[in-house]
Write a protein that binds this ligand. Structure first.
Ligand SMILES: C[S@@+](CC[C@H](N)C(=O)[O-])C[C@H]1O[C@@H](n2cnc3c(N)ncnc32)[C@H](O)[C@@H]1O
Length: 263
């Protein structure tokens, strides 16, 4: 029971300033998900890009993707996140490269007002797993996309059937609300999107977690000095857990690419 409580406490602290920097030590500056800018390029490889395109980054975290889009895709970017600490960090970093056309807005994607028909691409990575209901937000994303604009959605999913009780408990502790890839595909279509593809990328993400573990081991002394032994052990065990849940098909990682139809 105590362990359970401790895990819940850890989750409540997930996006504290300390944990944002701790995540960046694992994932790289600006990131709270594995793979960095190379992963973004891979996940967006089939999406048309052109200078001056407008991109919305939903749940931009500490800004890694937003800065990458502005710098390397020559895009105008709006980054939205509900956590004030994330936005403070993004804005501080933006001051050092203020020539990049990025605007950061604090708010919950479910309620934040955004203009219709504005974006060529909406990107979101590892955000909707925290939301109980995606329908309202995905309707809004549809509305803010220009006709022909793309929604690239990368997230955690649950397996299709026979999910273990252990993983059900894990989802509760983590406050994850996971759908499966079929449900995701169906909801996108119901909302009017043309679904280009929904793909299981679990094996690829597991390799990225594996890379994180190798780097963590290499930087163990620095990590422990900065965050303590208990955090180090927790992270290592958590990463092994995610890889194992993936192997058991309880936890999937998926990519959905959907488009608002051209008028
Ligand atoms: C796991 S982090 C991923 C951050 C970033 N997308 C990345 O890949 O590095 C999830 C982010 O989603 C944000 N988030 C969660 N729920 C949100 C919501 N309802 N509206 C806006 N942002 C949200 C969190 O504050 C956090 O920064």
């Amino acid at each position: 029971m105590n362990t359970h409580q401790t895990s819940r406490d850890r989750e409540a602290q997930r996006f504290s300033k300390r944990n944002i920097f701790r995540a960046e030590l694992i994932y790289g500056q600006g990131f709270n998900s594995p793979g960095g800018t190379a992963a973004i390029d891979m996940l967006c490889k089939d999406v048309p890009k052109f200078p001056g395109m407008s991109i919305l980054d939903v749940g931009c975290g500490s800004g890694g993707a937003a800065f990458h889009f502005a710098r390397n895709y020559e895009a105008k970017v709006v980054g939205v996140d509900c956590v004030a600490e994330m936005l403070t960090l993004c804005r501080e970093r933006h001051q050092e490269q203020s020539h990049l056309p990025i605007e950061f807005q604090q708010g919950d994607i479910q309620t934040l007002p955004l203009d219709a028909n504005t974006f060529d691409l909406v990107w979101s990575r590892d955000v909707f797993m925290y939301l109980e209901d995606n329908e309202k937000s995905w309707r809004k994303i549809y509305n803010v996309l220009k006709p022909g604009g793309y929604f690239v959605y990368v997230d955690f999913f649950k397996g299709y059937s026979d999910i273990s009780q252990k993983f059900v408990d894990y989802m509760k502790i983590c406050n994850y609300y996971l759908q499966n890839l079929y449900e995701c595909d169906r909801l996108l279509r119901e909302l009017g999107y043309e679904v280009m593809r929904t793909v299981d990328i679990t094996a690829w993400i597991a390799d990225l977690y594996g890379d994180n573990l190798v780097e963590l081991a290499q930087n163990e002394a620095e990590f422990v000095r900065e965050y303590g032994r208990s955090d180090y052990d927790h992270i290592v065990s958590r990463w092994h857990g995610k890889i194992e849940y993936g192997r058991q098909k309880d936890l999937l990682h998926g990519l959905a690419i959907a488009r608002k139809p051209k008028e």
